[in-house]
Design a protein around this ligand. Structure first.
Ligand SMILES: CCCCCCCCCCCCCCCCCCCC(=O)SCCNC(=O)CCNC(=O)[C@H](O)C(C)(C)COP(=O)(O)OP(=O)(O)OC[C@H]1O[C@@H](n2cnc3c(N)ncnc32)[C@H](O)[C@@H]1OP(=O)(O)O
Ligand SMILES: NC(=O)C1=CN([C@@H]2O[C@H](COP(=O)(O)OP(=O)(O)OC[C@H]3O[C@@H](n4cnc5c(N)ncnc54)[C@H](OP(=O)(O)O)[C@@H]3O)[C@@H](O)[C@H]2O)C=CC1
Length: 515
């Protein structure tokens, strides 16, 4: 049987969400490990004043593609951007492009989605569900299509504790919801949202669950697989350790903790932190594409792509390794020395939020105001608290995922494919991974130079001295106020001072005797 790379040779691949975090890693791996792939058709929209082609050109300059560029400087010739806005009817693909895609595509990877936890339900439904439906109907017209791979999330069914590799009944019939929301205005939808999402924490997980149902309903004669990654983090090994380019999920939390801004967060020390490296997800996705096309399973296969059941690691351990990494490799211009703690206790967290977040922010903003600058720290903390509030649901409890299909797929691969498309997370060394992850946030998200680490350490020493001076002054101030008001405090103070004098005189006398 052909190896995975051999199978992708000569294939035309369609990718949605190619400009996103996972989409980019998928493109890079395909180009590097399947060098004979014919072409990657990517659906891209213009954004933030940049045309589609400008965006694609910028993306290809990204460091992520360095290894591909080394192997094949002309790799861009394999990339065919197709203009598409997924929220528009027909995905806003031109009739000529539809003709091209329906005649040549062999495999589709559907990665595009809105992954925001605070997305308005209407938009999340439009992008995560309706566009999936539209892409599937385009796929039905593709004459050479051999597999359709849909990227979902392990948290689509986070209202369950144990999650099998099956498509669960949807919370509501997607078509009924689409029809109902069509005539409602935004404020009505907003009012209804909490009742609709029910025991799910946000519109993201809710619409991803509906999307899975749509995939099943519209599968028709297509060969489909669903990949459900848990919390996707920086790369483990490929193309190089620690690659990450966004603040999503834990990355923003790690950065905020490394900058000394985040000091406390509600999370359970003992809950499993189901992180999964992005390269593992992509290797599994490409292998699943191959398996789906070659073996054509009779039903839609779901792959839970998680680490918790195989090689568990806990939030408490993550906290320890994140803090230790940032103390050894500090971020530039930290606000305070990194020292964050997680707690599952609501009141303790509220206390530390007040003492270590709000109070320093107010003080810092006061200093900024007094020096004629615009206050900013309270605004930063408000945004951080909003983000933390949305993530806490996931860091405070555990789930159990069945990963039989991931194991089955691993057993189907040849030894060489297992090496090239490695998704065996038993080999993952967590402390090393977390260290590379934190350094990756420094290098690739914040674009900081590793050669500046001595200056960053110096800055931390300065912050420590400021803190000691501040604490001493505060103590003296409180004590002075206390002494002025209480006779007992004065007596204790005179007693301590006289004890110090006695100790000093004894020390001086004994040192003169020994001379
Ligand atoms: C205590 C220290 C040790 C740590 C140990 C404990 C760690 C616990 C971590 C727990 C993490 C749990 C993560 C669970 C995730 C479950 C995921 C389910 C998996 C998935 O399927 S999907 C992927 C996950 N999706 C997300 O993560 C999206 C979440 N983000 C949002 O919904 C929005 O970004 C958010 C948070 C509502 C903010 O919205 P808004 O205020 O509108 O800001 P923008 O998004 O427009 O961003 C503006 C600007 O800020 C940057 N940004 C975004 N988030 C952060 C952040 N957390 N920290 C810092 N900066 C952030 C963003 O990049 C933008 O920058 P620009 O330069 O582009 O303006
Ligand atoms: N990151 C994670 O932790 C996890 C992600 N997933 C799933 O993986 C997939 C990829 O996630 P990730 O790469 O992290 O997400 P990103 O937010 O990084 O990427 C989303 C992609 O979707 C595209 N997109 C969004 N809206 C539109 C639109 N209206 N028209 C065209 N394209 C659009 C974006 O394009 P543009 O650049 O133009 O905005 C971008 O390429 C998603 O399906 C997500 O649900 C699952 C589990 C965890």
């Amino acid at each position: 049987m052909a190896s995975i790379s051999e199978w992708y040779a000569g294939k035309n691949v369609l990718i949605t969400g190619a400009t996103g975090f996972m989409g980019k890693v998928l493109m890079e791996k395909l180009l590097r490990s399947c060098p004979d792939v014919k072409a990657l058709y990517i659906l891209v929209r213009p954004k933030a004043g940049q045309s589609m082609s400008e965006r694609v050109q910028d993306m290809m300059k990204c460091k992520l593609f360095d290894r591909v560029r080394e192997d094949n400087p002309d790799f861009h010739q394999k990339i065919v951007p197709i203009s598409s806005e997924l929220t528009q009817p027909g995905l806003a693909i031109s009739p000529e492009d539809v003709k091209t895609l329906t005649s040549c595509i062999h495999i589709v990877f559907h990665c595009a989605a809105t992954i925001r936890f605070d997305e308005a339900l209407k938009h999340a439904l439009q992008l995560n569900v309706i566009s999936t439906q539209q892409l599937l109907s385009l796929a039905q017209q593709m004459q050479q299509l051999q597999a359709f791979i849909h990227i979902s999330t392990a948290y689509a069914n986070c209202n369950r504790r144990h999650i099998d590799e099956v498509i669960y009944p949807p919370p509501v019939e997607p078509k009924k919801l689409i029809d109902s929301l069509e005539w409602m205005d935004d404020s009505m939808v907003c009012d209804l949202t909490p009742r609709l999402i029910g025991d799910r924490p946000n519109t993201y997980t809710y619409t991803k669950a509906l999307a899975e149902c749509v995939v099943q309903q519209e599968s028709g004669r297509l060969n489909i697989a669903i990949i459900r990654p848990s919390i996707v983090g920086a790369s483990w090994q490929e193309p190089f350790p620690g690659w990450i380019d966004n603040f999503n999920g834990p990355s923003g939390i790690f950065i905020a903790a490394g900058k000394g801004i985040l000091r406390t967060m509600r999370a359970s020390n003992d809950a499993v932190a189901d992180l999964i490296p992005v390269d593992v997800v992509i290797n599994l996705t490409l292998a699943a594409g191959w398996y789906t096309a070659v073996h054509r399973p009779k039903t839609v296969l779901v792959y839970n792509c998680t680490t918790g059941g195989i090689n568990p690691f806990h939030w408490g351990e993550i906290e320890h390794h994140v803090m230790s990494t940032f103390k050894r490799n500090p971020l530039e211009q930290a606000f305070r020395r990194p020292n964050a703690n997680i707690t599952s206790n609501y009141l303790i967290n509220q206390y530390w939020t007040l003492v270590s977040h709000k109070f320093p922010a107010l003080l810092y903003d006061l200093i900024l105001r007094l020096s004629g600058q615009k206050p900013q720290m309270m605004r930063i903390f408000n945004r951080l608290h909003k983000a933390i509030g949305l993530l806490e649901y996931f860091s405070s409890q555990d789930w159990e995922w069945n990963s039989d299909n991931m194991n089955m797929l691993m057993n189907q691969l040849s030894a060489e494919d297992r090496r090239t498309f490695n998704f065996d997370v038993r080999q993952l060394n967590w402390p090393e991974y977390i260290e590379n992850y934190c350094i990756g946030t420094k290098k690739y998200v914040l674009n900081e130079d590793m050669s500046d680490i001595p200056a960053a350490r110096q800055h931390l020493r300065k912050l420590r001295n400021i803190r000691y001076t501040f604490n001493t002054l505060l103590l003296v101030f409180i004590w002075r106020v206390f002494i002025a008001r209480s006779q007992m405090a004065r007596n204790i103070w005179y007693f301590v001072v006289s004890l110090c004098f006695k100790f000093l005189s004894y020390f001086r006398a004994s040192s003169t005797l020994t001379q």
